[in-house]
Design a protein around this ligand. Structure first.
Ligand SMILES: Cc1cc2nc3c(=O)[nH]c(=O)nc-3n(C[C@H](O)[C@H](O)[C@H](O)COP(=O)(O)OP(=O)(O)OC[C@H]3O[C@@H](n4cnc5c(N)ncnc54)[C@H](O)[C@@H]3O)c2cc1C
Length: 510
């Protein structure tokens, strides 16, 4: 039997990210993954600015950038090829990175894998299938089968099931799911490009009621075509190579690209009812599945990992009560549900099969374009509950300049809790006791300078100045996952926020 702080089941993006974040904090983590090697085939196609900020935290931006490309636009066309929607993605989104990256998932997972395995406190055991979980008040014991069928036992303070949608952990701990009833059968065809193909759409939804199709580049060297299957179409028919080539014939020839994979996916939308069971948590697809129309499934799993990592750290190091871990589902579930519902809404509009309804949609969207009305952009919500006072908005990242260096805020200031203010007198108002409390959380301070000549960090793109103005505050207490714990106007507000935080971290179960 091996002991560890946290055992992670599943080495997909959720498990890999969690291991990386906990390993960065020095925790002993054992990951158990049933496959002997990496899955090595793409599923997710894109990720957002917040995900890139997480890669930044892990020091993986350079590696991840090798397997991804910034995507600036996305369009929808109808069966006649008329443009229905043209969406522009920001070059600098709130998290300080581009709003949209297209990726080749195996390249990104290879970067995470190499990183995880190099962390001294992380052990990745591949070819190990977890078959039983037993917990008492203090620990959880996992019984698994190793690569040659040998039994393996791991004991952990906490276990996170990141073993995917159909995984063992969901079946064991929470078979009750809320099913939104959205279920679509798609054929996904991935190509490795041999050469640049002129006019090949980079990110397009073809809203053709006869054959709804999505075309996306997946990273710098690959492309994906996804086709919604017709009722009655069999997987054998759909995945047959010659039928795939005839479907993509309008865009690609065999001289342009090599077909590397076809897969049949049923896109579902299900959210597990209970994400925590004592010392066991579900995360990523194990806790929720959503259709990929917003490209947020993997991003959401990584958010789960980020949310869990710093909370587990506080509990494991005796700086918070285990009740803090109850805030995990409270915070993550509404966020995931919002995205799932939006993805379904979007998917339903894009994939209308009824020609009359499809024509009405086209006319509506074409009229909007003629009236110069841009498309509605989906803005992800704040947390709204859990360990926050207020709306729990996402705190942006801008470029700043200190006396010594210039760069993105997180690189200059560092990771973890942070009090960010534009009031130079504010830190001086904190009592020694509150400062000690803040130091115990490894909290940081960042002063945003009011002008380039003043003390503090120069706000190079006015990101923070605008943010404080929009939120009518002068101080923000920001959590390690960049969601805002609370905001205030002066030292008194800050003192109150820190006292509230201390109480919340030690809210013992009644
Ligand atoms: C076609 C398609 C397109 C998508 N596009 C996007 C997109 O553009 N952007 C985005 O963010 N998301 C997208 N997604 C969703 C994304 O792929 C998933 O949300 C994400 O991969 C889930 O990661 P995970 O780590 O939670 O689970 P998984 O990747 O499923 O990993 C679970 C791991 O657990 C292991 N495991 C299972 N059972 C056991 C056991 N008993 N013991 C040990 N190990 C076990 C499995 O082998 C697996 O490696 C897409 C999905 C699909 C199918």
């Amino acid at each position: 039997m091996t002991d560890c702080d946290v055992a992670v089941i599943g080495y997909g993006p959720t498990g890999m990210t969690l291991a990386a974040l906990l390993g960065q904090l020095g925790h002993k983590v054992i990951v158990l993954e049933r496959y002997k090697g990496l899955y090595n085939l793409p599923r997710a196609a894109c990720f957002d600015d917040e995900t890139m900020r997480t890669f930044q935290k892990l020091g993986l931006v350079d590696g991840v950038s090798q397997g991804s490309v910034v995507q600036r636009d996305y369009d929808w066309v109808n069966a006649a090829g008329e443009t229905l929607v043209e969406l522009q993605y920001a070059e600098a989104a709130p998290a300080g990175w581009a709003a949209m990256y297209m990726m080749f998932q195996p390249d990104i997972e290879a970067v995470l894998d190499q990183h995880d395995k190099a962390l001294p406190s992380v052990e990745v055991r591949q070819g190990v299938t977890v078959a039983n979980v037993v917990q008492d008040g203090e620990t959880v014991t996992l019984h698994a089968q190793g690569p040659d069928g040998e039994p393996t036992v791991v004991r952990a303070h906490f276990v996170v099931g990141a073993d995917g949608g159909g995984g063992f952990m969901r079946r064991t701990f929470c078979p009750e799911v809320d099913d939104y009833g959205f279920q679509e059968n798609w054929l996904v065809c991935d190509f490795q490009m041999r050469r640049i193909v002129k006019d090949l759409p980079m990110f397009r939804q073809v809203c053709d009621p006869v054959q709804p199709t999505s075309i996306v580049r997946i990273g710098p060297r690959h492309h994906r075509f996804s086709f919604m299957l017709n009722p009655g179409e069999t997987v054998e028919e759909a995945t047959d190579t010659s039928s795939v080539w005839s479907r993509v014939g309008k865009y690609l020839t065999k001289d342009d690209a090599e077909l590397i994979r076809t897969a049949n996916y049923v896109f579902r939308s299900r959210v597990v009812r209970q994400w925590r069971h004592g010392r066991v948590f579900l995360a990523g697809d194990a806790a929720h599945e959503m259709p990929p129309f917003l490209g947020q499934g993997m991003c959401s799993g990584m958010r789960d990992s980020h949310n869990l990592a710093w909370k587990l750290d506080l509990v494991l190091t005796g700086r918070a009560d285990t009740t803090l871990l109850d805030t995990y589902q409270v915070e993550r579930e509404p966020h995931v549900r919002f995205i799932t519902e939006k993805a379904i809404e979007l998917g339903r509009v894009q994939t209308l099969r009824d020609p009359v309804q499809a024509r009405a949609r086209d006319e509506r969207m074409l009229a909007r374009r003629r009236a110069n009305q841009g498309p509605d952009k989906v803005k992800l919500p704040g947390l709204g509950g859990g360990l926050v006072v207020g709306s729990g908005d996402f705190f942006p990242q801008g470029r700043v300049r200190s006396q010594e260096k210039e760069g993105r805020f997180d690189d200059i200031v560092g990771a973890g809790w942070c009090i960010v203010t534009r009031d130079p007198k504010l830190f001086g108002t904190l009592t020694a006791l509150r400062r000690r409390g803040w130091d115990a959380l490894d909290g940081r301070f960042a002063l945003i300078a009011s002008s380039p000549a003043a003390d503090g960090l120069e706000d190079l793109d006015a990101v923070y100045t605008k943010w404080f103005e929009a939120h009518t505050c002068s101080v923000a207490v920001v959590r390690p996952d960049w969601y805002v714990y609370g905001t205030g106007r002066d030292g008194e507000d800050l003192a109150w926020l820190l006292d509230q935080l201390a109480v919340s971290l030690w809210k013992r179960a009644a």
